[in-house]
Design a protein around this ligand. Structure first.
Ligand SMILES: NC(=O)c1ccc[n+]([C@@H]2O[C@H](COP(=O)([O-])OP(=O)(O)OC[C@H]3O[C@@H](n4cnc5c(N)ncnc54)[C@H](OP(=O)(O)O)[C@@H]3O)[C@@H](O)[C@H]2O)c1
Length: 245
């Protein structure tokens, strides 16, 4: 039995990972945090005895602690795999961004990871051969107009993970950096920014956005023992965007 802890599992990549993980082995279990809604919630009924979902903000220590105690209570164990996926975007001129937006951005994209790591240290879980994957973005290491702060949060989180990977070599800490991916974000993007959407298609060598399941495949690789000698790294899944920069 392997328990996967996922933040931001209500939709997009996180929601895809619930199905993916539970389908891949009938003994697998998921402890997940969702904030407002869970897409296709009725389809999860069949997994009721292998799924523990908690609602709230994944950047709050108390909620993370609640997930750990629920995991122990329901599944008799703590998660061995961690997917820090919850993320918010902010597309804005740097001078226009409001303080509360900035705070939310850093809390979710950076401090959520940091607080989880502190909990893993405090509870001595970090030395127990766990594997953690952070969902970053290609924006962490390439410039995009008006994604300044978003890119900065992802770059900071990747940097944090690299240092943690060096300090705790019994476990593994890696990032997946998706390019443009068809999630809830894609629908808004296509509808509200059609010119920008067309530009992204013309710019991606594969001429299409990623499917969520293609990001999940990379996440699964980094969570699994197939990547047992990989730690402190970022795996780019972008249809060739960065290669053609
Ligand atoms: N899609 C892309 O093109 C793309 C590209 C690069 C990187 N990424 C990264 O991939 C990750 C997943 O993105 P996605 O495209 O799947 O986005 P999505 O469809 O918007 O899903 C994100 C999920 O995270 C949840 N969430 C956000 N903040 C949270 C918080 N503080 N606490 C708990 N849950 C929270 C959201 O819940 P609510 O909706 O209920 O608030 C939502 O369920 C993000 O980290 C994103 O930055 C995505």
């Amino acid at each position: 039995m392997t328990i996967l802890f996922i933040t931001g599992c209500g939709k997009g990549i996180g929601r895809e990972m619930i199905d993916n993980w539970l389908k891949s082995d009938e003994k697998n279990k998921v402890v997940g945090i969702y904030r407002s809604i869970i897409e296709k919630e009725n389809e999860l009924e069949k997994y009721a005895d292998r799924l523990c979902l908690v609602q709230g903000d994944a950047s709050e220590t108390q909620l993370l602690e609640k997930c750990f105690s629920s995991s122990k209570k329901i599944f008799n164990d703590l998660p061995q795999k961690y997917l820090v996926n919850a993320g918010v975007r902010c597309r804005s001129n740097i001078e226009d961004i409001k303080n509360d937006t900035l705070e939310n951005l850093w809390n979710t994209n950076y401090f959520g990871l940091r607080k989880l790591l502190i909990l893993l240290v405090d509870q001595s879980i970090i030395k127990k051969n766990i594997s953690l994957v952070y969902v970053s973005s290609i924006v962490a290491n390439v410039g995009f107009i008006n994604l300044d702060d978003y890119g900065a949060t992802k770059a900071a989180a990747e940097s944090l993970l690299r240092s943690i990977a060096v300090k705790y070599p019994n476990s593994r800490f890696n990032s997946v950096a998706p390019g443009f991916t068809k999630t809830s974000y894609a629908n808004n993007f296509m509808k509200n920014l059609p010119d920008l959407y067309d530009w992204t298609l013309s710019r991606i060598p594969t001429k299409r956005w990623a499917e969520s399941k293609e990001i999940c495949s990379a996440i699964n690789f980094l969570l699994s023992n197939h990547s047992s000698y990989i730690t402190g790294q970022r795996l780019v899944v972008d249809g060739g965007w960065l290669a053609s920069s």
